[in-house]
Design a protein around this ligand. Structure first.
Ligand code: ADP
Ligand code: MG
Length: 625
């Protein structure tokens, strides 16, 4: 084309495209989900802008916020159009080729190792999945701020942009035309597309239409060609008006010799493929597990078959009204804790009265709950204000408080429903159900994926510290290689035991050999093992639980049950400890005391009550957190 401007893809983008084109990945279906998701994003954007500027939607067809899919079997073109925000020439250049997003190289790297192409949407490069099925792609786009442009590429390292002077004007929005590869012919089948939309895009909040063929019965003249007579008469009939037509056929029916017959004819019309009734507006009792699971997958852009570990669907009433659905994913994303302190991204989508506002509101959940996925739809928040104003709205605090409460309840329920978590003794009377098997081990799974988040929560969220402490799991001298909880620890405490004992270190094996344990073990006290670097920080915040204080057994001040001989012994060793303290340089030790924690080992170095533990010193030196 004469007016085409050529551009080269940014290097990482080019590599990404090569990977996609040469991919042997069998599930090519994902491209459609990505395109529909982009169309839906673009529609969300224009709808959001229209809240404060009514004019922006324009008029006529431009106000139709929908997604339309069309097939051209002859030319092997599949096209998807939306009346979303559209892209200016600048946008096309930047968004589709020259600016590599942070996810681009991350995705390329990932594809070289584990390689699940299905995750492409999560890395923010979903558009390029079109090259799984097409060898030539055109993107026609019209934004309110620019003329209509065409972006095109054969994925050969370059793309071209031209002002569009030949296609029909779009009004506003984007049309993606995929020139399908020969082996991708199945995407020209209507039934295939219907299935895919059902499967992956069921929860898109805009209507998705397919230009679908429909077989209709039409009455045509009977074409028995034995008598030319009849043919003539039927021809003349077709030119007559309806009234007479009906009359005539009645007449003929009566004679038992119809002169018209019904045949199938193909017509086309827009067929609605999705049900746009939002799942969160429905009564939770009427939503099936399968529907929740599918909804989770669409929110999380995850195509695995894994069920979320838990969900909570509720309506909050009172001063601030909202509906919400929260999910605990089956797995933690790899980078959940890598970017913990810099990334501010919450995984909740915020809607106001059914209108999507943002999925980047970190005011909705505290950081430590960032692993949750879900959605909040509020009727209380104002619609016609900017995001910035909304961010400061006082209702958000109330919403956040309730969301945390509900999230922690949901997590607690995973434990309560897990038969492995409760004592088998307690369970004896309860009949074992299939449900039991499905829930068995779920809390351990949760803990292995997200336990660290609970610990970070204890550190960061003073208000909910006790609730979070209930969710804590660890191993101990009595846990038998399994995980146990503080409540279980307390139930096993010896009579007269005041404190909860714990020890920190780098591994359970190391801690089991610790001289600090000797006496406690012999006396049958249970000691918790904390072996995660974050545990040292955790224990600086977790002072007590259910009126019991935590006592690090490697620190000064260990209180075991009172022993009448203690005083006597202390007296008789007074001279020795005094001499010893003098013998050691005073900047190395604070004090020398008689110990009640040792059995075989003659002496041990302990940390003062307020100082760092030896393990913490090690952590600080290596900066592992
Ligand atoms: P993501 O959707 O995660 O941002 P994609 O690779 O799917 O990543 O899309 C890249 C960008 O291209 C989008 O962020 C958006 O700016 C733009 N884009 C893609 N499709 C459309 C569309 N239908 N309408 C408007 N902009 C679009
Ligand atoms: Mg996308």
């Amino acid at each position: 084309r004469s007016n085409a401007e050529k551009f080269e893809f940014q290097a990482e983008v080019s590599r990404l495209m090569d990977i996609i084109i040469n991919s042997l990945y069998s599930n090519k279906d994902i491209f459609l989900r990505e395109l529909i998701s982009n169309a839906s994003d673009a529609l969300d954007k224009i709808r959001f802008l229209s809240l404060t500027d009514k004019e922006i939607l324009g008029e006529g067809d431009n106000t139709k916020l929908d997604i339309e899919i069309k097939l051209d079997k002859e030319k092997k073109i599949l096209s998807i159009r939306d009346r979303g925000i559209g892209m200016t020439k600048e946008d096309l250049i930047k968004n589709l080729g020259t600016i590599a997003k942070s996810g681009t190289s991350a995705f390329v790297e990932k594809m070289q190792t584990s390689g699940d192409l299905n995750l492409i949407g999560q890395f923010g490069v979903g558009f390029y999945s079109v090259y799984l099925v097409a060898d030539y792609v055109e993107v026609i786009s019209k934004s309110n701020d620019d003329k209509q442009y065409v972006w095109e590429s054969k994925a050969d390292g370059a793309f071209a942009i031209s002002e569009d002077t030949w296609n029909e004007p779009l009004g506003r929005g984007t049309e993606i035309r995929l020139h399908l590869r020969d082996e991708a012919g199945e995407y020209l089948e209507e039934s295939k597309l219907k299935d895919l939309v059902k499967k992956y895009s069921e929860f898109i909040n805009f209507p998705i239409y397919l230009w679908a063929s429909k077989e209709v019965d039409v009455e045509v003249p009977a074409d028995e060609d034995d008598t030319s007579d009849e043919e003539e008469s039927s021809e003349s009939k077709s030119s007559e008006d309806e009234g007479e037509d009906a009359e005539k056929s009645e007449e003929e029916d009566a004679e038992g010799k119809p002169k018209t017959k019904k045949v199938k004819e193909t017509t086309y019309e827009w067929e609605l493929l999705n049900d746009v009734k939002a799942i969160w507006l429905r009564n939770p009792k009427e939503v099936t597990d399968e529907e929740y699971t599918k909804f989770y997958h669409s929110l999380a852009k995850d195509l695995s078959d894994e069920k979320p570990l838990a969900w909570s669907h509720f309506t909050a009433e009172g001063d601030v009204e909202f509906k919400a659905v929260l999910f605990v994913p089956p797995k933690a994303p790899q980078d959940l804790y890598e970017s913990y302190y810099n990334a501010n991204k919450s995984n909740l989508k915020l809607y106001v009265r059914r209108v999507f506002i943002s999925d980047e509101f970190d005011e909705l959940l505290p950081k430590y709950l960032n692993f949750l996925k879900g959605l909040v739809d509020s009727d209380t928040l104002p619609l016609n204000v900017s995001r910035e104003m909304l961010q400061q709205h006082s209702s958000l605090r109330t919403i956040k408080k309730k969301l945390i409460r509900k999230a922690l309840d949901m997590i607690r329920r995973i434990a309560e429903e897990d038969p492995d978590e409760t004592n088998d003794k307690d369970k004896k009377d309860v009949e074992k159900s299939n449900d039991d098997d499905e829930k068995r081990g779920q809390y351990t799974k949760f803990w292995n994926e997200f336990g660290k988040s609970i610990k970070l929560g204890i550190i960061e969220d003073a208000t909910n510290r006790n609730r979070l402490a209930k969710l804590l799991r660890f191993e101990s001298t009595k846990s038998d290689g399994k995980l146990t909880s503080l409540d279980q620890y307390i139930s096993r405490m010896r009579s007269g035991q005041k404190d909860i004992f714990y020890l920190t270190g780098t591994s359970k094996e190391q801690l089991e050999k610790s001289p600090f344990l000797e006496r406690l073990k012999k006396k049958n006290y249970e000691v918790i093992f904390f072996t995660d670097p974050v545990d040292e920080y955790l224990m600086q915040y977790l002072m007590d639980y259910e009126d019991k204080k935590f006592q690090n057994v490697s620190k000064e001040g260990l209180r075991l049950g009172k022993d009448s001989k203690d005083k006597e012994l202390k007296e008789s060793f007074k001279e020795l400890t005094k001499w010893w303290k003098g013998a050691l340089a005073s900047d190395n030790v604070d004090d020398v005391k008689l110990s009640n924690r040792l059995d075989d080992t003659p002496c041990v170095v302990v940390t003062s009550k307020y100082g760092w533990s030896a393990n913490m010193e090690k952590i600080m030196q290596s900066q592992t957190l």
